[in-house]
Design a protein around this ligand. Structure first.
Ligand code: C2E
Ligand code: CA
Ligand code: CA
Length: 515
């Protein structure tokens, strides 16, 4: 375009020069005088033709310039569109990871103080797995809308891919943190239910915040620092936000160390089963034991499962760990008096293993333990993660003669659908409700326990209550109609067979109601 313009200018300039020259030399006057003096020469027609040709050239030039202008506009639009595609997420329309990375570079180049909020949805995968990708896509668009609605002027949201989002908050001045209130608003906005037709999704989000330049020397480090903070927020129970702190790096290092230790511990056989008795509430008779993992370290320390099961689960060691504990448990309890059933816990990731039932069967065959004496406890999130495979595994375990309990009922989705869709044999009420039975404001807890028990009974499923710490609670549960129970009152988890405890005396105070 500039070339065409230059040409036009040149032609116009030339025309003016020629005109001036003609004016100066009075050429026109001379030509007209000559034409007038020689009327037979036809030179007047020639001049007319020349003038018309010049006009034609001028019209052509203007049209050409117009055409060029249109082509240039189209090219600029195409360029804009390519840029938009390269820097935006097509699903939500938000700028993408590349755009964020350039924004961070820009901040670094101009030493502009900024805060970065990283957001990660908490249960998005479940929605995607159960309701399909179309549903997941709609949810992500709605998430993007809520994020943008929470922003103040100057704050910009990005989608980094999957269920990860980010917001750049400019202008962190001194100790003032603009990102903190924003992160609070975001976590809150995303914890509200999402309605989609007749469905309601409950997801939630965790957020991590890092500040440049306080928390990180450059643009790559700020992303990492925010990620570390996000990880801390998730680890601390999700649905919350955390600002980066240098100690967090130490925590991550500690975790990596723990992972190594667990690996070594599994290889060295440091994981052991402990057994907690499960009793019939009314008679106090022991009917089985729950197998609970304990880590007996070489240095004499004993570590409880909450400190290693989640890590073993994440780093892919859970299967090996559980199978080795099961093997020891089978060997140790095989000849216990009364032939009690042993109940062990399976984590959600284990239930996704297609070969799980074959692996369990191999352990039972090796140890000569009858499958009918095996009970398996699974939580609802295990079913949600992959219902089809869960069903397959559960059915093949049941075919062996094992029984299946739904563990921690009341804490998760507590869905009737889950209860009915899979062939459970028993429900376990989570110990948080049982604990509350013993407290001052326990009318609510009692209502919940009654509700769960009557729901279970309407499906003809017996109920086990866990976490019973006193005779009073045991009696109350028996009166409500709970069949079996476990807890420190009846016996703590220990490495060998427990002595049966005395009856709790429900027979006298309300056996009729319990029976
Ligand atoms: P859970 O399945 O809910 O197991 C019951 C937990 O309640 C056990 O904690 C037990 O020691 C504790 N408990 C029992 N009676 C009482 C009581 O009267 N009061 C109180 N406050 N607590 C009581 P533990 O042994 O620390 O295990 C924690 C969780 O770790 C278990 O919860 C289970 O989900 C998991 N876990 C344990 N062993 C294994 C395993 O071998 N594999 C898998 N996947 N998970 C396991
Ligand atoms: Ca359990
Ligand atoms: Ca439980």
């Amino acid at each position: 375009m500039p070339a065409a313009r230059r040409d036009l200018g040149l032609i116009a300039g030339l025309a003016v020069l020629v005109w001036l020259a003609i004016e100066r030399t009075e050429t026109c006057d001379r030509i007209f005088a000559w034409i007038a003096a020689n009327p037979d020469s036809e030179a007047d027609s020639l001049v007319l033709a020349l003038v018309l040709a010049a006009l034609g050239v001028a019209v052509f030039a203007v049209r050409r310039v117009r055409e060029l202008q249109t082509a240039i506009r189209a090219r600029a639009l195409a360029e804009q569109e390519t840029h938009r595609l390269a820097y935006h997420d097509p699903l939500t329309g938000l700028p993408n990871r590349r755009a964020l990375s350039e924004r961070l570079h820009e901040a670094e180049r101009f030493r502009e103080p900024i805060e970065l909020v990283l957001l990660d949805l908490d249960r998005f995968k479940t929605v995607n797995d159960i309701h399909g990708h179309a549903s997941g896509d709609r949810l992500l668009r709605e998430v993007a809308t809520r994020i943008q609605a929470a922003l103040d002027t100057g704050q910009r949201a990005f989608r980094l891919g999957g269920d990860e989002f980010a917001v750049v908050v400019p202008g962190a001045i001194g100790r003032r943190r603009f990102a903190d209130p924003l992160a609070g608003r975001l976590v809150n906005a995303l914890s509200q239910p999402f309605a989609e037709g007749s469905l309601v999704h409950h997801i939630g989000a965790s957020a991590g915040i890092a500040r440049y330049p306080q928390d990180a020397p450059d643009s790559a480090a700020i992303l990492r620092a925010a990620d570390v903070a996000l990880y801390g927020a998730k680890d601390g129970g999700r649905n919350r936000w955390l600002g980066f702190a240098p100690e967090m790096d130490d925590q991550i290092r500690r975790r990596a160390w723990l992972e190594q230790e667990i690996r070594g511990g599994v290889a060295a056989g440091e994981f052991e089963p402990h057994f907690q008795p499960i009793v019939t509430l009314v008679t106090g008779e022991i009917v089985g034991y729950e197998v609970l993992a304990r880590w007996q370290r070489a240095d004499g320390q004993q570590i409880l499962p909450d400190a290693f099961i989640p890590i073993a689960d994440e780093c892919g060691l859970i299967s090996e760990l559980t199978l080795s504990i099961l093997e020891t448990a089978c060997l140790r309890t095989r000849d216990w008096r009364g032939q009690p059933t042993i109940h062990f816990n399976l984590s959600p990731t284990q239930l996704r293993d297609r070969w799980l039932s074959e692996k369990l069967l191999a352990v039972l065959a090796r140890t000569g333990f009858p499958p009918q004496r095996i009970g398996i406890e699974i939580t609802e999130d295990a079913i949600i993660a992959d219902q089809e495979n869960a069903r397959r595994v559960i059915e093949s375990l049941k075919n062996l003669g094992a029984t299946i309990a739904l563990d921690d009922f009341g804490t998760g989705y507590s869905s009737l659908h889950n209860l009915r869709s899979l062939p459970f044999d028993r429900i376990k009420i989570d110990r948080s409700f049982v604990r509350d039975l013993d407290r001052g404001a326990n009318a609510q807890a009692e209502k919940i326990v009654r509700g769960i028990v009557s729901l279970a009974h309407s499906l003809e499923l017996p109920v086990t209550a866990e976490g019973i710490e006193s005779a009073a609670v045991a009696r109350r549960l028996a009166r409500i109609g709970c069949e079996t129970g476990q807890g420190y009152f009846f016996g703590r988890p220990q490495p060998n067979q427990a002595e049966p405890r005395k009856r709790i005396g429900v027979a006298r105070s309300g056996a009729a109601a319990a029976a």
